[in-house]
Each structure stands twice: as C-alpha cells, then as structure tokens.
Design a protein around this ligand. Sequence first.
Ligand code: ADP
Length: 227
Amino acid sequence: MVRVIMLSPPGAGKGTHSRWLTLQTGAAHISAGDLLRAEVARGSDLGRQVAAYTDRGDLVPDELIFRILAPAVVAAARDTGGYVLDGFPRTMPQALRAAQFGADLALASNAVIYLTAPEEELVSRLLDRAERDGRADDTLGVIRHRLAVFAKETAPLVDYYRNRGILLELSTDRPEAEVQADLLGWLKARGLMLPVNGQSRPGHTEPAEIAPPGTGDKSRDDQPVET
Ligand code: ADP
C-alpha cells in the first residue's frame, strides 16, 4: 500500500494530485493545510494560535503540527493501510521526527512525490484560486512569502528524500493526465499500487491473464463477485 509524502511549493498541485491518488489507491488523504484550516474554523484556542502563522504564510511550529497531524496519520494507516500526506513534512526537523515516528510505528513512508512548476505559473494559479476559494493566505504578498518559505525550509527535503531513493520529481506544467500517468507508472514499477476494493491483491492473478473474456472459462462462474 502507498504511504506517500507529497512535497511541493504552493500551487504546484499537491492537493489535486493527493485527492486523485487517494481515489486510485484507497489510502487516506491527510492534508496538513485542511486540518489546520479546520482547527481555525472551530475557533479553538489552538485554532487561534494556528491562524496567527497561516495568515502570514509562516510555518506553524512543529509542536502544534505534530499535535494535530500525528493522530490523523496513525488513524489513516490503521483504517486504510496507507496514507497520502499532503503538506507534511515541510521542514528538516519535521522530516527527521516523522522518520523516527514512522520507524517506531512501522508506518514509514515508501514514496515521496515532488511536484514542480515555474514560479510565475505557481503565482498565477494561486491568484486564480484566490478568486474561487477566497483563502486568507492567497494574496500576492503572502503567496510570495510562502514561496520564499518553501525555498528556505522545505526545498532541502528534496535532496534528503532523493538520497534515500524514494523520490519522484514531476513537472506539473503540462496536462494533468500526463502527470497522473507518470505518477501511476512509477508507483506500479515500485510495486506500490494495489487497486481499490482489493480487486487485485498480491498473488491474485487477474482473470484476463488466465482466460480472456469469451474463452469460456466456466470455472469462474461459481466464484463470488468481488465488490
Ligand atoms: P500551500 O501549499 O498552498 O501553502 P497548505 O494548505 O498546504 O497550502 O498550507 C497552508 C499553510 O498551513 C502554510 O502556509 C503553513 O502556514 C501551514 N502549514 C501547512 N502544513 C504545514 C507544516 N507541515 N508545517 C508548518 N506549517 C504548515
């Protein structure tokens, strides 16, 4: 099962491709930004602390991030066997602590997808999103700051994961279908794709490989339909 980290500057398509990957794999989608925004919307004390950082485009301190995210990751791995982590980790200290946490609980990540696009494309996508969604941090000044924070704090994770041999770099400055085909091909080649609903399990040969449709393989008629 996939246990994926989506690594990307704001606007490169983390959210979109995370949601798509979740549909493809059945692994739970955990969006750091969505969880933080939900906490802010609840109006809790924690939410007020979080908003002080997110509104400016600064990173939320690691302690708060782990308090909010760790239970979600554990629950996702327990319930779906995997996860698609969207927006976490985002700093080297977060990555190192996440690696320790993953090793301790046997749920370490097995793939990191690094999405890229030219900076001006990122800015223009985020300004478009601002008109659609009205997110508090999608203003030009805050967008530029978030991109600078990415370059300083998050970009070093690219080499860290590349050196561990689990990184795929993908340009998203092209049609979504091409990005998705490359992503799927890479995950398949690494043996990480188990289609949803258990329709294809390890050691389970697909019917088409035994008997193409119409060749009269009666032995399958008695078998329960898999849903
Ligand atoms: P984007 O990638 O467009 O910036 P996200 O929804 O992933 O959007 O994150 C929104 C904001 O939430 C970030 O700018 C940051 O303030 C905060 N945030 C998200 N993930 C983290 C994280 N792992 N560590 C610290 N802050 C985070």
